[in-house]
Design a protein around this ligand. Structure first.
Ligand code: 5GP
Length: 184
């Protein structure tokens, strides 16, 4: 059996990664990964569904045991991809989609060079700000921090295999699906 494709998607907060990933999941069969995070759950988020919510000590123990395919500190919290679950799915021939930050994506590229890295960018910085404010789940401080980080984050796009402009989520998702099918 052919191994599945490991697809890694990153981009600034508010670029629309989540929406694109949801559309892709509706259109093609994709394995998934549930990340570990030490941040607090947002309203409506469920442990074991959106994330595995852990304490800093628990996350550090997982790092020490080399249980992560990649991990990173994002906005002061740990985020990591448990390795075994992803590797088992790839071995079973399933394509797996990871939506992770840039530091993590570059670790994946190093440890698993067959991964396909996709960078999602918003059509403009103005549009990014509009989307971040429209989300209304984060404090003003968090929004400003994310906006400030976005310009810096965009400079990593050349290290990815593909850069996709999220003008319309359906179109962007279809562009990625075309890339996935082209790798088969
Ligand atoms: P949020 O707190 O908004 O859910 O996610 C914040 C950032 O963490 C996003 O950029 C998201 O892609 C990233 N992230 C989520 N899970 C992981 C993970 O397992 N590893 C890494 N490196 N980043 C992650």
């Amino acid at each position: 059996m052919n191994k599945g494709l490991l697809l890694v998607i990153s981009g600034p907060s508010g670029a629309g990664k989540g929406t694109i990933c949801n559309i892709m999941r509706e259109q093609i069969e994709l394995g998934y990964s549930i990340s570990v995070t030490t941040r607090a759950p947002r309203t409506g988020e469920v442990n074991g569904v959106n994330y595995f919510f852990k304490t800093v000590d628990e996350a550090k123990a997982m790092i020490a045991n080399d249980e992560f395919l990649e991990y990173a500190e994002v906005f002061g919290n740990y985020y990591g991809t448990p390795r075994k679950f992803v590797m088992d799915q790839l071995a079973a021939g399933k394509d797996v989609l990871l939506e992770i930050d840039i530091q993590g994506a570059l670790q994946v590229k190093e440890r698993y060079p067959e991964a396909v890295l996709i960078f999602i960018i918003p059509p403009s910085m103005e549009e990014l700000e509009r989307r971040l404010r429209g989300r209304a789940t984060d404090s003003e401080g968090v929004i400003l921090k994310r906006l400030a980080g976005a310009a810096h984050e965009m400079s990593f796009a050349p290290q990815y295999n593909y850069t996709i402009v999220n003008d319309v989520a359906e179109r962007a998702a279809n562009e990625i699906i075309t890339i996935v099918k082209g790798k088969k």
